[in-house]
Design a protein around this ligand. Structure first.
Ligand code: IMP
Length: 422
């Protein structure tokens, strides 16, 4: 399978967890390269449901090495709980998981600041997951963050952490929030550090060693293209590079070693949190929510829903260099009579065929739709391309062509076997 980067081509929640799980079969190493436990990758194995937040989805398959790369921000207490939860479910987590020494650490003051800033923003809030992601990446950019290598060295950690909590407590007090106890957080983090110490290593050296041995690496993207700090609908974005380039900087694997980019997109569009979503539609949202679909894996929030937006996915193909497309949740459209696809925007009397950079302009864009006849029959039992209804195949071919990638995978349900290779 060679080295493959998997990215979300929309606003996150594209069903990456399931596709990563399917692709992991052919990979030797699975790497997370950005984001933190704001991500929620859901994988169903038989009757069991696993939701992974920091641990790469490859952990659910035997003999895969899973790496949390340098570009990830790690909440160590969250990671310990996730590992313990997986072990309780019978998943082996040991030498098959490695955490980068240089991944930055998320602290409770990051979470508190995340929450306080959202309150301050009032109706202009981002709608973050409140996992402290933005403030943690902020500290990294400001060069005041602590990394996993600091955390696992108690003497070094105490001194650095004392300075950081002091400053952050001043900020919290100024915002009207309660300061945090040094001792409580210090003790909690030292306990987490003792638990995580055996997992921490130089992952750059490890990944290059794996490549020299001819191992294939799968880079597990989190969030989606339009949540990218540079290419997304700023400021309604997350704080990392969710696009393909983030896989290189977040792992230390250079661009010329990447062989393929797979873009995952739903057969429609969803978004959690605030920010523009041009094709948002109450009609499709009500239908999907009534089916019990589209509630967030991390926060449980009802996702906003809309029709497929090919202007957005075409943009995603451009900035990620997407080769192959995986379309998920096709079965979500099984009952729809007429399916709409956005093929352009209209703004200020002009037709646009690209995503404007300004979130406000994007919010004012009105979609131009093409309509497709729905297939109105279940697709969940289909296992081969030819078994899909002809109208579903036409729809898939059309959205792949509009997006500009090769249709490679179609998912018709959460189970591993509900996957069609085109
Ligand atoms: P943050 O990453 O928690 O700072 O949230 C910033 C924005 O990204 C918010 O709109 C979140 O809802 C969104 N977001 C963050 N992580 C995910 C994800 O894994 N899936 C979908 N949306 C996400």
């Amino acid at each position: 399978m060679a080295n493959t980067i998997l990215v979300g081509a929309q606003w996150g929640d594209e069903g990456k967890g399931k596709i990563i799980d399917v692709l992991t079969e052919q990979a030797d190493v699975v790497v997370r390269t950005q984001g933190g436990n704001n991500a929620g990758h859901t994988v169903f194995l038989g009757p069991k449901k696993y939701v992974l937040h920091l641990v790469p989805s490859g952990i659910l398959r035997k003999s895969k090495l899973c790496v949390i790369g340098n570009g990830v921000v790690v909440d160590p207490v969250g990671l310990v709980n996730e590992i313990k939860g997986l072990r309780k479910l019978g998943v082996k987590v040991g030498s098959n998981l490695v955490v980068s020494e240089t991944a930055h650490v998320v602290f409770p003051y990051h979470r508190e600041l995340d929450a306080q800033r959202e309150v301050l923003k009032g109706k202009h809030k981002i709608g973050t997951t409140k996992r402290g992601i933005g403030p943690a990446y902020g500290d990294k950019a400001a060069r005041v963050g602590l990394r996993m290598i600091d955390l696992i060295h108690p003497e070094r950690f105490e001194e650095k952490f004392r300075r950081r909590i002091k400053e952050n407590n001043e900020v919290l007090k100024a915002l009207g929030a309660k300061p945090l106890s040094f001792k409580r957080v210090h003790d909690e983090y030292c306990a987490a550090a003792r638990y995580l110490q055996p997992f921490v290593a130089n992952t750059v050296v490890l990944l290059h060693h794996a490549m020299r041995e001819g191992k294939d690496i799968l880079f597990e993207g989190a969030q989606g293209t339009f949540l990218d700090i540079d290419h997304g609908t700023y400021p309604f974005v997350t704080s990392s590079n969710t696009t393909a380039g983030g896989a290189c900087t977040g792992s230390g694997v250079p661009p010329h070693r990447m062989d393929r980019v797979v873009g995952v997109m739903k057969a429609y569009t969803t978004r959690v949190g605030e920010g523009p979503l041009p094709t948002e539609s109450a009609e499709i949202a009500d239908m999907l929510h009534a089916m019990g679909r589209e509630f967030g894996a991390t926060t449980g929030r009802a996702r906003r829903c809309g029709w497929f937006d090919s202007v957005a996915t075409r943009h995603a193909t451009m900035v990620n260099g997407i080769d192959d497309l995986a379309v998920t949740n096709l079965d979500g459209l099984d009952t729809v009579e007429t399916i709409k696809v956005c093929i352009g925007y209209r703004a200020d009397g002009k037709r646009l065929d690209y995503v404007p950079n300004d979130a406000q302009t994007l919010a004012e864009c009105k979609p131009v739709y093409a309509e497709f006849e729905g297939w109105q029959q279940p697709t969940t039992a289909c296992r081969r391309w030819k078994q899909l209804p002809a109208k579903a195949r036409d729809y898939l071919k059309a959205i792949a062509e509009l997006t500009g990638g090769k249709l490679a995978i179609v998912s018709v349900g959460p189970a591993r076997e509900q996957t069609i290779f085109v």
